[in-house]
Design a protein around this ligand. Structure first.
Ligand SMILES: [Zn+2]
Length: 330
């Protein structure tokens, strides 16, 4: 800047200062969704124990978070898997679900939302805030309206408090995408409108990715949240599909374990896609994740993680190492 006139330098400095003020503003502009007596604070210490269960629900996603204060379900699996999710929740003696977080409106994520809401009387529903033409979506939106359940659209920078100091930090979708997605004739790409966010409890963290694909991973890596992606555990995006799990994204997250939710391969109306794909598994293995730290609901059954906010333990219904053999078959 040495060669510029002094006045111009000042203008440039001022401009830089204004731009930098904007740098950190996305987070401060985000909403904090809290309930109960701890309203307004996202910095509670981790209290007690939290359990996360990736439920064995066939082809779809359904992950239960129990913080001791609240039961939170992330996705509900498909409608034709409802008996499985109900059986899983019964096994865990769940009587109430406080919050439902729906990553995106594809059937294998919101399919059982209506039956869950009916049975468990959910208090708050969180989704990506964008409309969908899907019948299942229309059904659950109508039901929450009729029941007076609060629906919240999440976007980057938002934080949802889940009780006992656990919180869900949203990294995707961006505000711009939500704005576009709310416009009438917008052509939706539901996978790439998935909610992506990190569950934080003390020092423990797990990244939730819905069915986000490589394009979203790239956006996240270029976002101001890139440094926050690092997590102890990664929920494999898009059921371990090769459309997700790029090398750079896995490197940024650098998880110690990866959890994959996908049903029996090749089953009609189910996992006809052959998830998890070789390319995704190869990427995890190449990133240094040991084969016994790759978990898949079809092979391992329900996978649960227990943490006190310092350490964590993973417990699988079926203790089994399958990844390298599955890769050889592919
Ligand atoms: Zn899916």
């Amino acid at each position: 800047m040495r060669c510029l006139p002094r006045g111009l330098c000042l203008v440039l400095l001022l401009l830089m200062a204004v731009l930098c003020m904007g740098c950190g503003s996305a987070e401060s502009m985000g909403n904090i969704f809290s309930s109960g007596t701890q309203a307004g604070s996202s910095s509670r210490m981790a209290e007690g124990e939290m359990t996360i269960s990736m439920l064995n629900v066939g082809q779809g996603d359904a992950i239960l978070i129990q913080t001791g204060e609240q039961n939170v379900l992330v996705d509900t699996s498909d409608l034709d898997e409802r008996d499985k999710i109900m059986a899983e929740l019964e096994k865990l003696e769940i009587k109430k679900i406080d919050k439902l977080i729906l990553s995106h409106p594809h059937a294998d994520h919101i399919g059982s939302a209506e039956v869950i809401i009916k049975k468990f009387g959910v208090e708050d529903v969180y989704d990506n805030g964008m409309p969908s033409t899907s019948k299942l979506y229309a059904g659950y939106v109508k039901m929450i309206k009729n029941k007076g359940i609060k629906r919240h659209g999440l976007k980057v920078g938002d934080v949802v408090e889940l009780g006992n100091g656990a919180s869900f930090h949203v990294y995707y979708p961006t505000e711009k995408l939500v704005e576009k997605g709310r416009k009438k004739d917008y052509k939706h790409d539901p996978n790439n409108e998935s909610l992506v966010g990190k569950l934080v409890f003390g020092n423990f963290s797990m990244l939730f990715t819905g069915d986000a694909e490589k394009a979203v991973e790239k956006e996240l890596l270029a976002s101001e949240y890139a440094d926050e992606l690092h997590s102890d555990i990664l929920k494999a995006a898009h059921h371990g599909s090769k459309t997700s799990s790029s090398k750079d994204f896995i490197k940024a997250v650098s998880p110690e374990a990866v959890l994959i939710s996908a049903g029996e391969p090749g089953v009609e109306n189910g996992n006809t896609y052959g998830y998890p794909h070789y390319a995704a598994l190869r990427a995890y293995r190449k990133a240094g994740i040991p084969a016994d730290q790759l978990y898949w609901t079809y092979e391992n059954g329900t996978i649960s993680i227990t943490t006190d906010g310092k350490d964590y333990q993973i417990h699988a219904e079926h203790d089994k190492e399958w990844a390298d053999e599955w890769m050889r078959k592919k």
